[in-house]
Design a protein around this ligand. Structure first.
Ligand code: SME
Length: 161
């Protein structure tokens, strides 16, 4: 299947998952699982949320893949923290060349982090790691930004998130 048709199909499935009568975290976990199982170069997929009590820190939410020690990440630290402070999607095609990087596993070669906004406020991120170098294209960027927008709707309507 062509990648753009796969991404269209996954976007529809994600819209359906978001409409399910489950807790927000269960819906986000199902999205992580779907993405990791369906896209061969997505080896770790997870959400980080901006900590409400400490608005300059990210806290790990639902994820699929190997457990990570990076459960709390200050803004500015690592690729996740940089995406949060710069409020934009960051793609690192070769993590070994990135000095401000928090390694989760030596297997990871590239990473993409997409912020999730409610209006102009960053409330979280979608983080994807790949075991392949230079794994992410403009197509991945557009796809993950679309998912981030869909998830923003869920977070905006959920008072506990
Ligand atoms: N590599 C990230 C840390 C999170 S893990 O990829 C799950 C970073 O540099 O911020």
């Amino acid at each position: 299947m062509r990648k753009d048709s796969l991404y269209e199909e996954l976007t529809e499935k994600i819209t359906e998952i978001l409409s399910r009568n489950l807790t927000p975290n269960c819906r986000l976990k199902a999205i992580c699982k779907l993405l990791r199982n369906s896209v061969s170069h997505y080896d770790w997929v997870g959400f980080y949320f901006v900590e409400k009590q400490k608005p300059c820190e990210l806290v790990l939410g639902p994820f699929e893949g190997e457990p990570t020690e990076h459960v709390r990440i200050p803004f500015g630290k690592g690729i996740c923290g940089q995406a949060a402070s710069r409020k934009k999607t960051l793609v690192v095609q070769d993590v070994s060349k990135e000095l401000n990087y928090l390694s989760c596993s030596p297997k990871v070669k590239s990473e993409i982090v997409t912020p999730i906004f409610i209006k102009d406020r960053i409330v979280g991120e979608l983080d994807v790691d790949s075991h392949a170098a230079s794994a992410f294209t403009k197509g991945d960027e557009a796809f993950l930004e679309k998912i981030a927008k869909l998830v923003s709707g869920l977070l905006a309507s959920d008072t506990s998130a």
